[in-house]
Design a protein around this ligand. Structure first.
Ligand code: PGA
Length: 261
């Protein structure tokens, strides 16, 4: 059975003290309601990773992610953070290709391919974010867009590579649903997740496609999580706004625990 994953993308929010309180509350929920098939991932801002790694240490089923990494390991890139640094601070995952990175920081397919390579080279597992804009969906280009994002930044990795590396986590995040309150319907989300899995099967193989966790992101919250997580190809959520309050995030985790029960 593939892993179910509930990940919180805190974006550029919280002070260190607030982040520590939130992580402590979530840790306690994870400790009291763990499940062998459920992994909870927190993606705090860079400066908090090391501190939160101490908070989360030795908590089975709780992991940390960075929200971004640079394409190079080290060097004269003032203000940047490398995958190696992230790994040395205690995170195991890194978001790559979030739509805010693509849009506001001009991260294109080639940059994202390098970031995925760099993450793996430094022992991090990428959480690769893909998804179409409203314009692309309304002109019928949503499948083509997502297929291209997979092809250009992920499918250079072959099944052989995954004999010695963990599979990436994929996050389908329709851009029009992020932070807007307009969640994709369960039909739209399931349809795209099934399409992504089919692409994985065609470019890799059936076993890898079936083992890859595909998360939904985009205004996922405590009221719609149960319906989304009940879909066959939706293996969890990448949660933005609703991950900033412990009770909301816990309700979303609970929704997944009920699916697993
Ligand atoms: P949202 O963000 O849940 O606030 O829509 C999701 C994301 O950006 O990952």
């Amino acid at each position: 059975m593939r892993k179910k994953i509930i990940a919180g993308n805190w974006k550029m929010n919280k002070t260190l003290d607030e982040a520590a309180v939130l992580a402590t509350e979530i840790r306690s929920h994870v400790m009291h309601s763990g499940h062998a098939h459920l992994v909870t991932i927190l993606a705090p801002p860079f400066p908090y990773i090391s501190e939160l790694a101490h908070h989360c240490a030795d908590t089975s089923g709780l992991e940390l992610a960075a929200q971004n990494c640079h394409t190079e390991t080290q060097g004269a890139f003032t203000g940047e953070v490398s995958a190696q640094m992230i790994s040395s601070c205690g995170a195991s995952f890194v978001l790559v290709g979030h739509s805010e990175r693509r849009l506001y920081f001009q991260e294109d397919a080639e940059i994202l391919r390098k970031k995925i390579n760099q993450a793996y080279a430094c022992g991090l597992t990428p959480i690769y974010c893909i998804g179409e804009t409203w314009e692309q969906r309304s002109t019928g280009k949503h499948f083509e867009t997502v297929a291209q994002q997979l092809r250009e930044s992920l499918f250079h990795l072959t099944p052989d590579f995954f004999a010695s590396h963990l599979l990436p986590i994929l996050a389908y995040e329709p851009v029009w649903a992020i932070g807007t309150g307009n969640t994709a319907t369960t039909e739209q989300a399931q349809e795209m997740h099934a399409f992504i899995r089919q692409e994985l099967q065609q470019n890799w193989n059936t076993d890898l496609a079936n083992a890859c966790s595909i998360l939904y992101g985009g205004s996922c919250n405590a009221s719609n999580a149960s319906d989304l997580f009940a879909c066959q190809d939706i293996d969890g959520g990448l949660i933005g706004g609703a991950s900033l309050k412990a009770t909301d995030f816990q309700h979303i985790r609970q929704a997944m625990l009920e699916v697993l029960a």
